[in-house]
Design a protein around this ligand. Structure first.
Ligand SMILES: Cc1cc2nc3c(=O)[nH]c(=O)nc-3n(C[C@H](O)[C@H](O)[C@H](O)COP(=O)(O)OP(=O)(O)OC[C@H]3O[C@@H](n4cnc5c(N)ncnc54)[C@H](O)[C@@H]3O)c2cc1C
Length: 332
């Protein structure tokens, strides 16, 4: 059996950020991921200026195409007359297939392709599939993280589950503007058209699973209607629209309760369910939690779930969301 000081299960933004910080501080780290990078990750690929600062890179340093987003917001199907999007900005888009592979390579971590199936506690150590053991274990395996299942078997709040559908494809005729549609055709959630570098575009939508359950509407029907609307608005041609094969992935919004560390085991990113409660931003909280967990292992800080940013919006909108969230927590 191979023993390592820290094993990180999952090499997405959470895992690679944690690995990079530990390695920079002289720690021994091994990343286990079931996929070989570059790998597909369903995501609109919107990142904020804060994410870039936390990851210590600029648009100029980034080795792949990156687009500074010009965002047009639509409410109930109507575009706002001016470009207004209350994030601290600037906002950018990247392609996850490139971004995640770059972050993981940049971390300097040894990465082994291995699908983790079992995690057990043996005294002071964690043993993975009888093949690897470690003193510190990081669960960064996303929504279905096996570390979460083994060490934090408590269920999650179903009311915070987000379901999504999307497609990313090359479409050189794409609109250069990023469009966000809130409450389009009754959808309690939002849809997007995000332009990416090299003529790619990402089209998708997401909403709370409980909305689809309660309303009796199907997410695939919402996606199809959305695509048909884009054809009507001449943002997409009919042949491309007919060939689109959308796929989805669930993840969880931040909740106040629920542990993210137990003994020397930490959950970060989607494995901890930390996406912002207003826009479902997951990359920022994945990076923040990864840095906090690494600092706790280094003995230079503490990983506290309450310290993670729970909102992506700011100003009046954020204030209203915070109030609604408090009420939700108080009631639920
Ligand atoms: C359709 C969609 C659109 C989104 N859009 C945005 C957006 O625009 N901006 C934003 O900020 N957030 C967005 N999110 C959320 C964001 O994608 C996630 O929050 C983010 O990827 C979390 O990063 P992570 O490192 O925790 O997990 P992941 O990126 O999911 O990485 C987990 C890694 O663990 C590996 N793994 C899983 N199981 C195992 C196993 N058993 N053994 C070994 N390895 C394993 C996987 O292969 C993967 O590489 C979106 C999500 C979806 C689904």
């Amino acid at each position: 059996m191979r023993h390592v000081d820290t094993i990180i299960v999952g090499g997405g933004p959470a895992g690679s950020t944690c690995a990079r910080h530990l390695i920079e501080n002289g720690r021994e780290v091994l990343v286990l991921d079931k996929a070989v990078f570059p790998r597909l990750k369903l995501c609109a690929g919107w990142i904020t200026g804060k994410v870039m600062r936390d990851l210590a890179f600029t648009a100029e340093d980034y080795p792949h195409p990156i687009v500074k987003l010009d965002i047009r917001t639509h409410f109930f199907g109507l575009p706002l007359a001016f470009n207004w999007f209350p994030t601290p900005g600037p906002d950018y888009s990247i392609r996850r297939v490139e971004f995640d592979a770059w972050l993981l390579a940049r971390s300097g971590a040894e990465v082994i392709e291995h699908e983790v199936k079992s995690v057990v506690r043996e005294g002071e150590r964690f043993v993975i599939d009888g093949a690897y053991s470690c003193r510190y274990l990081i669960g960064a395996g996303g929504t279905m993280c096996p570390v979460r299942r083994a060490i934090f078997p408590e269920g999650r709040m179903k009311s915070r589950q987000i379901v999504t559908l999307e497609r990313e494809f090359e479409y050189p005729a794409r609109d250069e503007t990023c469009h966000l549609y809130f409450f389009r055709r009754g959808l309690v959630g939002y849809s997007w058209v995000v332009p990416k570098g090299n003529g790619f575009v990402n089209i998708g939508l997401g909403g709370k699973a409980k909305y689809f359950r309660k309303s009796g509407t199907k997410i695939h029907d919402h996606f199809r209607t959305f695509v048909d609307d884009l054809v009507r608005e001449k943002r997409l041609d009919a042949t491309t629209a007919a060939d689109l094969q959308e796929t989805g992935h669930p993840y969880f919004l931040y909740t106040v309760g629920g542990e993210v560390k137990r003994d020397n085991c930490f959950l970060i990113g989607d494995s901890a369910g930390l996406a912002s409660v207003d826009l479902g931003e997951g990359i920022g909280p994945a990076v923040e939690s990864a840095l906090m967990a690494a600092r706790e292992i280094m003995g230079t800080g503490e990983y506290r779930k309450q310290a993670i940013s729970v909102l992506s919006l700011r100003g009046m909108v954020a204030h209203l969301m915070r109030r609604a969230n408090r009420r939700h927590v108080a009631v639920g």
